[in-house]
Design a protein around this ligand. Structure first.
Ligand code: EPZ
Length: 430
């Protein structure tokens, strides 16, 4: 059992390099299943979700070779259409991309229902609606989702998504790249990772237009061949460090980013009195004075990202005045609020709305990371708080943040990974 121990209250100064985007990587790696040849994928983040999805591909027979720390070669030429192993697939949300990728490649898929962070119900009915419209039969039995295309190949068609869903948009794109004819996704998600997946598939020979708008057209091709691709920088990792600099104060250059992807976050930090200077592939975040209150509503891109909601809440706790936070994507993404209250935060939650009374100063406490972004928010709160914060359940954080302790230590944070002797002894006994 490991935890992060943070001695907070120190401003941050220096530079942080952003890794490749988790939510792009976990779709692009399964997309390699569609390719007949070697895909060299660069800027892969070193996080446990990526390790898991690579392991699943290997279990299916893919040849995965590490070229260097951030580059892998994936060759799925000799893959078999096996069942996706349950114990791996249930540990990650993105395992649902294997349904679209296997349907595209083999016309059939057997994948367990996905796992991932708990924000209330996380249905995949829109993914299934798309597969069914494209001629697949989908049913669930024996703990697996079984999907099979009529005549062994997906058929292009028009799919209107009732809800803007990142996962459904990307999954339908995966199943359509090798389909017969044209697939049109209407009311598609526009997140940067949707565009990144389309760019990856196009690099491998697909014919996809309109990614980044709400209508995506995919003309099915007969074959995808190998090639090189570099994953975009992680919008949410960058936003998390921007929020950390805003909360703790100081001056941090967040490097290797696409500033356009960060505009929704930059806009809110500016409203709060934080200075943000956009450079070509970096943003400089400086906070010296007090933080002002503001209101934030999460929405699909280009709105403020739900995956930054807990982190911005940490900053709002320190602002002067009352802020209103509205969660516009998930039903239940405030489970972390009790942990913040242990640190002195004043937050009232009613359904999708959180009212945050700024307290100016948080105090260190023992808290746990209830999920990935909530864990990141605990780190931010701990960096700003007076005293010592201990964060447990850090495996959630390590699912999505590469080297978070090293990156924060590099800008002067006092954060360490600690293995507690009692828990260690218990772990050995257990
Ligand atoms: C992706 O999840 C991300 N995960 C999430 O990031 C992110 O919070 C979310 O998109 C929204 O941006 C990955 O990319 C692996 P959705 P996804 O389908 O695709 C409803 C993180 O912290 N919905 O866009 O599963 C759904 O309930 C993670 O990195 C349906 O009703 O999200 C939600 O209210 C957490 N039916 C909304 O749509 C469906 O079939 C958006 O979900 C699909 C979704």
């Amino acid at each position: 059992m490991t935890k992060y121990v943070i001695h907070g209250g120190k401003p941050l100064y220096g530079e942080i390099n952003i890794s490749g985007a988790k939510n792009a990587a976990v779709a692009i790696i399964p997309a390699a299943l569609l390719v007949d040849g070697v895909c060299r994928i660069e800027n892969i983040p070193q996080i446990s979700d990526v390790t898991l999805i690579l392991n699943i591909l290997q279990e299916l027979g893919a040849d995965v070779r590490t070229v260097n720390r951030t580059t892998v070669d994936i060759d799925c030429s000799h893959i078999r259409n096996g069942r996706v192993p349950e114990e791996l697939a249930r540990r990650i949300r993105a395992s649902y991309y294997l349904i679209g990728a296997l349907l595209g490649r083999f016309g059939q898929a057997q994948v367990p229902p996905p796992g991932g962070c708990d924000f209330g119900g996380r249905p995949i009915d829109q993914h299934i609606k798309g597969f069914v419209a494209m001629g697949a039969q989908v049913d669930v039995h024996g703990g697996y989702i079984h999907a099979a295309a009529k005549n062994g190949r997906m058929q292009g068609t028009q799919v209107y998504l009732d809800i803007v869903s990142v996962g459904a948009t990307m999954n339908i794109m995966l199943s359509a790249a090798l389909a017969k004819g044209m697939t049109v996704i209407e009311n598609a998600a526009k997140e940067p990772h949707v565009v990144d997946l389309a760019n990856f598939l196009n690099c491998m020979g697909a014919d996809i237009m309109g990614a980044g708008t709400d209508v995506i057209k995919i003309r099915g091709v007969d074959r995808l061949t190998g090639g090189f691709y570099s994953i975009i920088p992680d919008q949410i990792e960058a936003g998390t460090y921007m929020a950390a600099a805003a909360a703790a104060g100081g001056e941090v250059l967040v490097k290797n980013v696409i500033p356009k992807h960060l505009e929704c976050i930059t806009a809110k930090l500016l409203e709060m009195g934080v200075e943000v200077e956009e450079q070509d592939d970096a943003v400089l975040v400086r906070r010296t004075g007090p933080l002002s209150r503001t209101n934030v509503k999460t929405l699909p891109y280009p709105g403020f990202p739900t995956d930054m909601q807990p982190q911005i809440a940490a900053v709002l706790c320190l602002a002067e005045g009352t802020s209103v936070l509205t969660e516009g994507v998930w039903d239940n993404r405030y489970r972390y609020v009790d942990e913040f209250r242990r640190m002195g935060a004043q937050i009232q939650v009613d359904g999708k709305i959180a009212v945050i009374e700024g307290v100016g100063r948080l105090t260190g406490a023992r808290v746990h990371a209830c999920d990935l972004r909530a864990g990141a928010a605990m780190v931010i709160a701990g960096l700003a708080a007076q005293g010592t914060t201990e964060i447990s359940c850090i495996h959630h954080i390590e699912r999505g943040y590469e080297d978070i302790v090293r990156k924060l230590s590099g800008v002067g944070a006092d954060i360490r990974v600690v293995i507690t002797p009692e828990e260690d002894k218990q772990a050995k006994i257990g």
